[in-house]
Structure formats: C-alpha cells, structure tokens
Design a binder for this molecule. Structure first.
Ligand code: UT7
Length: 331
C-alpha cells in the first residue's frame, strides 16, 4: 500500500522506579568495584522496581504520561504495542494488561519481542499502520523489570541492567516531519549470545532449571559488544542514506544505552560530537527495550531537541536484533 500520511511521534512519557542501586551497593552483593563498573560500562547507578511492581505497572505510567503529552485520551488509541523481554507473564501479553489498566477495550494489543531493539521495532511497525491510513494513534511502549531476571550472584550481568519504561504516541504528522527512514534486521545465528534459557517450551521450568539458574539472563558480553559497535554505526548510516541526508544533517543521536564504550565507539565512527549524542546510562544502566524511549522522553522534556531537528534513534539487542529510525522532530 502506498504511503498516505507521514507518521511521527507526538507524545512521549516514561516511568522510572524510585529505588536507586548504586555501584557501591553492588560491591556489597558481588565481587565488583565502582571503578570496574564505571570504567567498563559508564554506569554509576540503576533503578530497581519494588517487588510488587510488574512491567505492566511501569508501562501503564509511561503510557499515561505520553497520552497527556500528546493531548490524547486512552480512548483515542487504535492499537497498543509493548516491547519487553520481561512481560508480567508468558501470556496474556503485557500490552493487553496495559490496555485494561488504561480502562479501554477493543483496540488490538500485542507484545513485541526484539530485546533491546523492541521499542524501535514497535515504532517502525506502528508507523506502517499510520502511514497507510489504517490507524490514527498508536501507543508504543518499551518496558522492563530486568532486575527480576538477572542473577544477583553473577557479576558479569547484574551490574549492567536496570528497570524502567518509556512510551511514544505515534500518529499522523505534517508533511516533511516524522519518520524519514527506518532500518531493522536480525541475525538469529547470534541467539545463544544473550538469552534466558529455561521457562519456555524447549526447557520448561522445573526444579532442575531453577537450581541451575537457567531462568536468569545469560550473556556473552564481549561478543555482544563487538556486534554492537559494528551495527550501531551501520544502522545509523543506513537511515541517513535512505533519507538522502548526510552526517552533517544529523542534529541528535539517541542510542541504546548499554555501555558508554559502545556509544563512544559508534559516535567516533559516525564522526559526531559528544554534544549530539544523548546518554543517561550512568543513572539507569541498560533498560533494554525501555532505554531509547526513556532517553527520547528525557531529551524532549529537557528541551534538548527542537522542532525540525533530524534525530537518529538506534538500538541493538538479543536475537540478535537491530533497528534504527531517522525522525524529523515535529513537536
Ligand atoms: O543491550 C544489549 C545487552 N548487552 C550489552 O550491550 C553488553 C555488551 N557488552 C559489554 O558491555 C561488555 O562486554 C561488558 C561490560 C559486559 C564486559 O566488559 P569487557 O570489557 O568485555 O569485559 P570482559 O567480559 O572481557 O571481562 C573482563 C574481566 C573478566 O575477568 P578475567 O576473566 O579477565 O579475569 C571478568 O570476569 O572482567 C571481569 N568482570 C568483572 N570484574 C569486576 C566481569 N564483570 C565484572 C564486574 N566486576 N562486575
């Protein structure tokens, strides 16, 4: 179907738990140091959801703020997409739970599982329905409670992640604004590098899987690192080329917030100045699917992005997956 409308983001919101876990708190839990964590990752602290708080709770709060920012009511929504690797449960989807929390029914709601690339997979999926005129307003949320699936005895992973949620309202925008280009992909051959092995149909949860800690997130960090450095720059260059722009036209890059060294290496490859790259990982760690939408919401509310700016959103994650979009900011 041909593109009838321009799709863009007309509202953003986020929800971050109050509880802060610092690097020195982690020194009491595993054999690590603040110096190691800061120098290898850039992370100083992360937020941890209360034991009674689930991903849908953070997602709902982020959604309400995004609706308010867009001047819309929940009943204006035509579809809800939630990107997460930490759904409240296997099913029903977290998107259906959010729909119920928002007090609406009827519109389609489903989850997207593309790990840290999920919110951008969601944004790109939503933009197809908007630009073809099928729907008018779509809620896209990236939400995670990673603290609930990390092994708090594994220093290789537990220092990296945090909890939070970010939301976009994707709608029709004026000509020339919104998504100018997108790119996304996956390489399933890298599926072993980042995973939660048990609890699905291949290895259903059992006493044995729990004893072996197979219900926790496992990662081969250095392999993911190498992939990330390559793909962040490549995916960014792809959207610049598709939009027929050049690097000089880019005003702001909002990358997935996994590691300061990955972001810096990508920034150098793209020859962007530090001022043009948004970073909040020092405060939140890696919030997987929530990273990019929370960063965009913060940058927007802080007035760091202006109407007419060309903004790249780019992410990589488990799967392996990647995605990027080039937006002309229209808010
Ligand atoms: O969102 C997508 C998900 N994941 C990522 O983006 C992560 C990508 N990867 C990374 O960010 C980095 O690979 C890490 C931060 C995970 C690790 O950094 P690295 O420079 O690749 O370190 P390494 O894995 O090569 O480990 C170096 C050493 C090891 O010790 P030995 O074997 O050299 O003696 C680790 O045991 O650092 C040790 N180590 C730690 N030491 C203190 C690993 N974690 C810790 C820790 N504290 N928390």
């Amino acid at each position: 179907m041909n593109k009838l409308y321009n799709a863009g983001i007309i509202g953003t919101g986020s929800s971050i738990p109050d509880k802060i876990l610092t690097n020195s708190d982690l020194e009491q839990i595993v054999d690590t140091t603040d110096e190691w964590i800061v120098s290898r990752t850039g992370i100083k602290e992360r937020r941890i959801a209360d034991s009674k708080v689930a991903t849908s709770d953070l997602a709902t709060e982020a959604a309400k703020k995004a609706l308010e920012d867009a001047n819309l009511k929940a009943s204006d929504l035509d579809m809800i997409l939630v990107a997460t690797v930490t759904p409240d449960m296997h099913f029903p989807s977290t998107a259906c739970l959010v729909q119920s929390n928002l007090g609406i029914e009827g519109c389609p709601a489903f989850d997207i599982e593309a790990a840290c690339s999920g919110a951008l997979y969601g944004l790109i999926t939503a933009s197809q329905f908007i630009s073809t005129g099928v729907y008018k307003n779509i809620l896209v949320i990236g939400a995670e409670c990673l603290s609930k699936i990390v092994n708090w005895q594994d220093r290789n992973t537990c220092v990296l992640f945090g909890d939070g949620a970010g939301a976009f309202i994707v709608s029709r925008v004026d000509k020339g604004y919104g998504l100018l280009a997108h790119s996304m992909g996956a390489d399933g051959n890298g599926s072993k590098l980042l995973k939660v092995e048990a609890g699905g149909s291949k290895r259903p949860a059992s006493l044995e899987t729990v004893e072996k800690g197979l219900h926790y997130l496992q990662m081969e960090g250095s392999e993911v690192f190498k992939f990330a450095v390559k793909i962040m720059a490549k995916a960014s260059e792809e959207v610049i080329a598709k939009a027929k722009l050049s690097l000089d036209d880019i005003d702001f890059l909002i990358p997935h917030q996994a590691n300061i060294r990955i972001i810096d290496a990508s920034r150098r490859r793209l020859k962007l100045s530090k001022e043009k790259v948004y970073m909040n990982l020092m405060h939140y760690g890696n919030m997987s699917a929530a990273s990019v939408p929370v960063a965009l919401d913060e940058a927007s509310r802080a007035g760091k992005i202006q109407k007419g700016d060309n903004i790249i959103l780019v992410a990589f994650g488990g799967g392996l997956t990647w995605a990027s979009t080039l937006l002309k900011w229209g808010k």
